[in-house]
Structures are given as structure tokens and as C-alpha cells.
Ligand binder design. Structure first.
Ligand SMILES: Nc1ncnc2c1ncn2[C@@H]1O[C@H](COP(=O)(O)OP(=O)(O)O)[C@@H](O)[C@H]1O
Length: 304
């Protein structure tokens, strides 16, 4: 049964729907998966463009101050009395360690973690029509159509906490059309982190990955086993964390990553994600510290 198109945000549906390009085997056939279609420029309704544009002004004089809203040392740039926190993107293949690194980054830098996959899983759990559509694509390791994902991410980035503390965007954009959409919405990242891990390691990590639904902690049956039998008995596995499905997800990732990278070349930092998590974080931390320092010296020279 096909999904009801009326549940998809009207602005998005009219902007990007490409019904003829949808893969015929997918039940949500009126929507197009970005992994299967040529990226198209993303058009927005004028009203959302102008209301959003009014909240962002990238070229103001800026001054660096420590954040007061969090204990974390996420230095913020202030211009004309307006606070501008860090905006970071992190990308990598399935199980490249994004989730673990995101926890460490948010702990230290106080950013809001916005994970496209988590937003989609929450939508599925809510039982909505969009969630049902999304699951069909996720089951096949394909990208969920932009009509669903872009608005979801946009809405989360516009929440007051993301605006105030800054954000760490995880798993988005995964195609050039998603990157273009984000740009047209006025979101401009400061840094694009790419975690690189070899394929054999990725598959092993995915197949052994388990989640504790109570604490949210992620375990690996071999490398990071649960501490007690009680925890072990309640661990769950993501429905797309099987060997068969991870190979499909990896294929999708490889198909799209180059196009996305090409849009962020000037702000990309590539990190070897095969290392121990502490070593991976040390590299990310040093890139973030450099960014903070660079902003600091820019603001000092502006103030001088
Ligand atoms: N930006 C996105 N655009 C489209 N689909 C997405 C996006 N992010 C996540 N998904 C869907 O959700 C699935 C799970 O994503 P995620 O939780 O980030 O795990 P992983 O990176 O390990 O695949 C993806 O395989 C894809 O189907």
C-alpha cells in the first residue's frame, strides 16, 4: 500500500517530488529516494526562506566569549549582541563511530546532537505515515526521500536549544540535494568531519552492535560487552543492523559521499575512524580547538 502523500509537508512535496524516478519496488512510490535520483536544486517557499533568513546574518563583526548557558567550553562568537555558536557536521559510513564521537563532542563542546537516523527512528516509533514510509526505505538501506528528511532536520535545527547552544549534525546531508537544501535554508556549517573506516571493520562493528533501551548506551557484543547479565538480557538490535542490510547501507554511502564532500571541501577534516575511540576523539578535538582558536584570533583582530 502506498503512503498517503498528504502527510508530507506541502512545501517540500511541491518543491522536490519526482514521482517518475521512484524505484518501483518501494511502497512509498510517490516519493523519490535521493540515492536513486539525480540531485535537484531544492526550492523553498518564499515565506519560510525569508523568516529563516532573518534569524541569520553571517557577516557581522564578531567577538568571542565563553558560553554562559553550559559548563562546556564551547566558545561562542557574538556579533552586535547576537550569539553565534558552533555548527558542526559529522559524516561517515554506518558504524564508523559517529554516535560515540558525537557523545564525546557534545560532552565537551555543549552542542546539541541532531542525528538524522534518530529523528527518523522517532518518527517510526510515533506510528506516523511519514515514519511508515521512512521505514520502507531504511529496511532496504536506501536514503529516505528528501521530502521527509529535510523538513525533519530543519525543524530540529530551528529548535531554541540548537539555536542557542549550536549543533552537531550527524548523518545529514547524505546527498548533494540535501546539502543544497540546507544551504538554501540558510544553515552554514563551520566544519565537516568525515570518519574513515575500512569496510571489514564496519561490517563487524554493525553486526555486533546492541543498544540498551533504558540507558541509551551502545554496546558491542565482542568489543564492548554489557557489564551485567541484567543489561545483556534487555539489549536490542537495530532492525537494519544485519550483515545483509549493512552492505546495502554501505553501498548507498559510497554512492553519495563524494558528492557531499565536494560541497564542503574547504571545511572538511578527514579522520581515521579505525583507531581507538579516544584517539579518534583526540583528532576531532584538536580540529575543533583549532577552529575555536581561529575564531578567537579573527575576533581579536576585528576588535583591535
Ligand atoms: N540524511 C538522511 N537522508 C536519508 N535517509 C537517511 C538519512 N539519515 C539516515 N537515513 C536513513 O536512516 C538509516 C539509518 O541511519 P543512521 O541511524 O544514521 O545509521 P547509519 O549511518 O549507521 O546508516 C539509513 O540507512 C537511511 O535509510
Amino acid at each position: 500500500m502506498a503512503c498517503n502523500v498528504s502527510v508530507v509537508h506541502q512545501a517540500m512535496a511541491s518543491a522536490v517530488a519526482q514521482p517518475n524516478k521512484a524505484p518501483p519496488q518501494l511502497p512509498c512510490a510517490h516519493l523519490s529516494s535521493s540515492s536513486n535520483s539525480k540531485p535537484k536544486p531544492f526550492k523553498l517557499l518564499r515565506s519560510s526562506q525569508s523568516s529563516f533568513a532573518s534569524t541569520f546574518s553571517p557577516s557581522r563583526p564578531q567577538t568571542l566569549i565563553p558560553s554562559r548557558s553550559s559548563k562546556a567550553p564551547n566558545f561562542l562568537v557574538v556579533g552586535c549582541g547576537k550569539v553565534e555558536p558552533l555548527r558542526i557536521m559529522i559524516s561517515g559510513a554506518p558504524a564508523s563511530g559517529k554516535g560515540t564521537q558525537c557523545q564525546l563532542i557534545t560532552q565537551k563542546y555543549g552542542l546539541v546532537h541532531v542525528a538524522a537516523g534518530d529523528l527518523l527512528r522517532a518518527e517510526i516509533a510515533s506510528g506516523s505515515e511519514n515514519g511508515r514510509c521512512a521505514r520502507e526505505y531504511m529496511e532496504q538501506g536506501k536514503l529516505v526521500p528528501d521530502e521527509i528528511v529535510v523538513m525533519m532536520v530543519k525543524d530540529r535545527l530551528l529548535q531554541p536549544d540548537s539555536q542557542e547552544k549550536g549543533w552537531l549534525l550527524d548523518g545529514y546531508p547524505r546527498s548533494s540535494s540535501q546539502a543544497i537544501a540546507l544551504k538554501e535554508l540558510g544553515f552554514k556549517p563551520d566544519l565537516f568531519i568525515l570518519l574513515e573506516v575500512t569496510e571489514d571493520i564496519l561490517v563487524e562493528r554493525v553486526v555486533g552492535r546492541r543498544l540498551d533501551p533504558i540507558t541509551g548506551k551502545i554496546y558491542h557484543l565482542k568489543y564492548s560487552p554489557p557489564e551485567t547479565q541484567e543489561i545483556a538480557s534487555r539489549l536490542t538490535q537495530r532492525f537494519d543492523d544485519t550483515e545483509e542490510k549493512v552492505k546495502l547501507r554501505l553501498h548507498t554511502h559510497h554512492q553519495n559521499v563524494k558528492a557531499v564532500l565536494s560541497m564542503y571541501e574547504d571545511i572538511t577534516v578527514k579522520i581515521n575512524g579505525s583507531l581507538a575511540k579516544e584517539d579518534v576523539f583526540a583528532e576531532i578535538d584538536s580540529a575543533l580547538s583549532r577552529l575555536v582558536e581561529k575564531r578567537k584570533s579573527t575576533s581579536e583582530s576585528l576588535a583591535a
